[in-house]
Structures are given as C-alpha cells and as structure tokens.
Design a protein around this ligand. Structure first.
Ligand code: ATP
Length: 229
C-alpha cells in the first residue's frame, strides 16, 4: 500500500518504521530535519516540510495514497489545517491522532475518517488487563461485544464445547482455541511444542489442559468470565 505519515514524533516514527518493515511504500514528512534524516535510506521519500503548506501535499499526490496518517499531536491548529488540506486535495482514508478529547471532537467535526488517541486507548486496554488478570488479552469490537482470551478454566478441562453450553447460558461463543501440541522425533520423544490455532472449533472439540480460549462475548459478561475457574 502507499501510505503517507505526517509528523514523526514517537508515534509517527514507530508507525512509519513498522509500515516500512512490512513492505509498504511510505512517504514521511516532518518539519524537523533531524527526525526526517532518520528515514533517509529506509524510504525513498523523506521530506522536510511544513505540512500546513499544501503545495507539498499536492506535490506528493496525496489523492493517490491508500492511507494518510496525520500524527501531529501538540499543535492542534497544524493538525486541523493539514487535515482540511488533505480533504480538499481529495485524500481518502485520513487517520489523525488527537491529543485530547477537544482535539478529537474538532477532527470529528471536520470529517476526518478515523481519529485515534493512542495514549488513551492503550491506557484503557492496560486498565482492562490489570482489572481482569485471568484475561490475557481483550479487544472491544463494538460497544456491546468483545473478544477476550482466557486460559481454559479447570472446570472446562476434558469437556466438549457443546456440553459447556456457554452460548445458551451466557451468550458466549468459543471462536478459537490456542493449543500447544507436542512435536515428536523419530524415537517418539517430545522435542518441541508447536502452537496450533483451532478456529472455529468443532462443537465436539474437547478442551484440554493448557488451552487458551478465544471468546466472543457480550461486554457485560467480561467480569463474570474473569471469575470462571
Ligand atoms: P509523540 O507523542 O508521538 O511523540 P506528539 O503527539 O507530542 O508526538 P508532536 O510532538 O506535536 O506530537 O508532533 C509530532 C511531530 O509532528 C513532530 O516531530 C513535529 O515536528 C511534527 N509537526 C508538527 N507540526 C508540523 C507541521 N506543520 N508540518 C510538519 N510536521 C509537523
């Protein structure tokens, strides 16, 4: 994909580096030359410029990019001006980082496609993981639904998915199972453990000790799931 990242603070730099590593064609822009220098040699197009000047945005052809990320936080005015210019130039898929709620509201008003608040989002995620220690990961897919990962509770081990009746009792679905399976050598000795992801599992699948269950659950059930033993 062709992606432009504007603003190379900690967030913008980490994002641009990761996208480059993943093989995307990335253009980076920052007004601070030292930050742009770090990308010379990593990407063909590393530009030192003030992105509020729309001639630079025009010259790189932002309308042809698959995604444009505006990772300017502190300077709300610059962030808003850049987003407006991008929209006027016909850029699709604008993702902008907001410093706080007010900044996020303004970006929403002008019609930015996606607004992110990385510090807030990662703090909420961490708060969830700290509050529910038996849940190893959680992803909220809507206001009402989440995907959570838990180590299979002891009371589930040796039982078939259908017999647990999670759907009927709690409206919870097991959508995947992470299972470590032994790898044997020619003499039948276990030499390694390999993770297998079973998705979607068969209703007749039996839960084994050490399984990690991936659940699709109503958000209101998460607290209860965290107490399953
Ligand atoms: P982080 O938390 O990711 O480190 P931040 O949210 O504090 O960053 P800022 O420091 O405000 O964000 O901005 C990130 C980068 O955006 C900075 O490197 C800054 O030089 C650059 N930047 C700010 N305004 C402009 C602009 N008008 N044109 C180009 N780059 C800009």
């Amino acid at each position: 994909m062709q992606i432009t990242v504007i603003g190379l603070g900690r967030f913008g730099s980490a994002l641009a580096e990761t996208l480059i590593e993943r093989g995307h064609e990335v253009i980076v822009i920052d007004k601070d030359e030292r930050l742009v220098q770090k990308f010379v040699g990593k990407t063909d197009t590393a530009i030192v410029a003030d992105a509020t000047d729309d001639t630079v945005l025009r010259s790189i052809g932002v309308q042809d990019m698959d995604v444009v990320v505006v990772a300017i936080g502190d300077d709300v005015e610059a962030s808003v001006l850049v987003c407006i210019s991008l929209m006027e130039l016909g850029a699709k898929n604008i993702i902008a980082k907001a410093e706080d709620e007010r900044h996020a509201r303004i970006l929403g008003r002008i019609g930015v496609d996606r607004i992110i608040q990385p510090e807030k989002e990662s703090a909420l995620h961490l708060a969830d993981l700290i509050s529910y220690p038996t849940i190893s990961d959680r992803f909220n897919i809507s206001e009402e639904h989440a995907i959570v990962e838990i180590k299979a509770p002891k009371s589930f081990i040796g039982r078939r998915i259908r017999d647990l009746e999670l759907r009927r009792k709690y409206n919870v679905l097991i959508v995947g199972i992470r299972r470590k399976e032994p790898v044997f050598d020619d003499e039948g000795n276990i030499v390694d453990l390999k993770e297998k992801f079973i998705a979607p599992p068969d209703p007749d699948e039996e839960i084994t000790d050490g399984d990690v269950l991936v659940l699709l659950t109503p958000t209101e059930m998460v607290e209860e799931i965290a107490r399953w033993e």
